[in-house]
Design a protein around this ligand. Structure first.
Ligand SMILES: [Zn+2]
Length: 74
């Protein structure tokens, strides 16, 4: 799924711009948000959950609504 750079707000018809949602994580590192299946377990070898995709976020500049979309990894 490709998300367009601009969208209209479903609440107020305002203009939505893509924003980056970040997890502060540990220390000073920040990471773009990703999502995984509810029952995804950390990998035995690398200790990481198998992420299914990235999270694309759009913020309405009028009312502040943030919409999130899943963008599956290919
Ligand atoms: Zn809005």
């Amino acid at each position: 799924m490709i998300t367009p750079a601009k969208r209209e707000c479903t609440d107020c018809d305002g203009t939505m711009h893509e924003v980056k949602m970040v997890d502060k994580g540990h220390g000073n590192q920040s990471h773009p948000l990703e999502y995984a299946a509810v029952d995804a377990m950390p990998s035995f070898w690398i200790g990481q959950v198998p992420y299914a995709g990235a999270v694309a976020a759009f913020l309405c500049e009028s009312c502040g609504l943030i919409k999130l979309y899943g963008v599956p990894h290919r």
